[in-house]
Ligand binder design. Sequence first.
Ligand code: CA
Length: 718
Amino acid sequence: MRHRLVSLLAFLVCLAACGGDDQAALDVTKAKQRAKLDVVEGMVTKERLTNADKDTANWLTHGRTYDEQRYSPLAQITSANVSQLGLAWYFDLPTKRGVEATPLVIDGVMYTTGPWSIVYAIDVRTGHQIWSYDPQVDRSWAQYACCDVVNRGVAAWGKRIFVGTLDGYLVALDAESGAEVWRIDTIGRRPPYTITGAPRVIKGKVIIGNGGAEYGVRGYVTAYDADTGRRVWRTYTVPGDPSRPFESAALEKAASTWTGEWWKFGGGGSVWDSMAYDPQLDLLYIGVGNGGPWNPKIRSPQGGDNLYLSSIVALRPDTGDYVWHYQTTPGDAWDYTATQHMVLADVVIQKKTRKVLMQAPKNGFFYVLDRSNGELISAKNYVPVSWASQVDLATRRPTVNAEARYYEGQPALVRPSAAGGHNWQPMAFDPKVRRVFIPTTDSPSVYAVDKQFDFKLGLWNTGTDLAFLNMPEEPDKLEEALAQTAALSSNALVAWDPVEQREIWRYKEEGGAGGGVLATAGGLVLQGNGSGEFAAFDTSTGRKLWRFDAQSAIMAAPISFGIDGNQYISVMSGFGGAALIAGPAMDRHRPVNRSRVLTFRLGINRQLPPIEPEVPKLQPEPPPESTTADQISTGRRLYSARCAVCHGLNAVSSGLIPDLRYLDANGHKGWDGVVLFGAKRTTGMPGFDKLLTEDETDAIHAYVIRRAWDLKRATAKQ
Ligand code: CA
């Protein structure tokens, strides 16, 4: 093993002496102290992860540091010279779908993931592939993924790389060769569980959660020994069947906040994305998802808070033992997950330094908690919110507006929508200016009770109607309602002061949602967006200082690292996300030209290959309608329950997964072969012959043809 001192000092000296920006010349004395850290090249250790903040050359863990601030102390690229930022290299993924990963960079190698949980190791100097690893995900698992076959990245420990796969395996790879070292089934092959989140490693334990709250699962998080893959602990987030022993006192306590027979529906509470760790307090924080089904009258008919849904939970990383929790949305009814990115920081509040945890969960409030004990310090809405008027600091609870309780029977227009005021796209925190940069969405949504709800494990089970099924079947009215909710939706990058709980600036995104965020010591905030623009903003003013046409929507978060005296910025382009939840607003996203890794530095200006001209989307003539109103109504209900999650609400899709209104004659002819018998299985479209009868398939087809004619007529009118 080659043993050497970290190259950090040399890097910093070069920044100062090799003509780097003056601002970039960090304090050399400090750098000398930092360089004391002994590092074996390519090896990730506890010491290295704990000191990741000082290791500016690398990006060692998902949020860069255990506190997940996504802040790079590198300052070679500044607001003054960012205009000279240009493309150094790009790496093409062999796909157009499902990109959400944050790459890691470890001693000259980038490790990242694409759709179907495929891992890529790339030389950061050249952009050339070193190896790739395909876990051969079971393609039928796509049906259990709400929001495409995405993966948010890998973790590293020792000389190994860890990835969670869509079909529920945790895999350890040799970092040098990409060879599989071990592979563990984390879900017992129980179908509705999926993994899309990045693992984290704490003291040699690989921590991984999973998704599937809408499909009937009971959420949990598990720790595995990084060396052997042996399971060390598993902690459930919701109680199981109370006729069996509870796994812990915390779950026994939680069971008193549930009513009815919740365990028959799984309950939800999946830990599908966010985690953070405080090494001093030795606390692991997990973000817990929404209730399953969404409609609380189904899963817990006599009410209750339903712990630990929609909560931030602190655990001991060695044992998985519960320490404290804070529930953001008691008795969640709106898919308000608290799985959004959590940032740990030490900030001065009322003259006292507080160890805080900050989160902007889907429910629209920005929370500042004391991370040592879960005390609520403050909460303020960061987007327009209509489900609650405030969070009461005395009771620690939201004041819920009665009109938002659609589950009592009256449909409600609620802000935020199930897409959330903020979703999985990571925010960033700049400790110098004490600001959080949040990719936000203001999108109201109509919630109503699904009157014909029928629980089926492995299918979309919300008990909630987002598809206007209660509305009279008048196409014009439906189009109008869809257009209205789409028109009311908007997206913005928001700079937020977490101490004063107020907005400092905002940048309104054009063309769909904003992507994840990076903040840098160069006074910059970097973010891509749905229109395919990758941009740098001035940290203090929000002024856009630089833009790059990425040719495809960007949702993933950028990273920064340093090598050979240069600061680099990388980001993955390509869209991955929810067809169902984003709904009609998804139309605004730029179609994906190619999924890529894009890497930038100063003073270089490579070009992307020219984009293929966008062919205007022409709608083939739909087959004649020869159906009854009854059949269309049945088809509409079945489509909403079985198809909308991938193909889009009301048969309006983002185009990533086919918009069925554009099916051609062959598509219509092959309907049964695909829908019932899985003719397109390899693309992730399973056959539904065990779940749908032929009559039901015909009804869905009739509904899709109706929607195709709706579109045809609407286009003709324009
Ligand atoms: Ca959800």
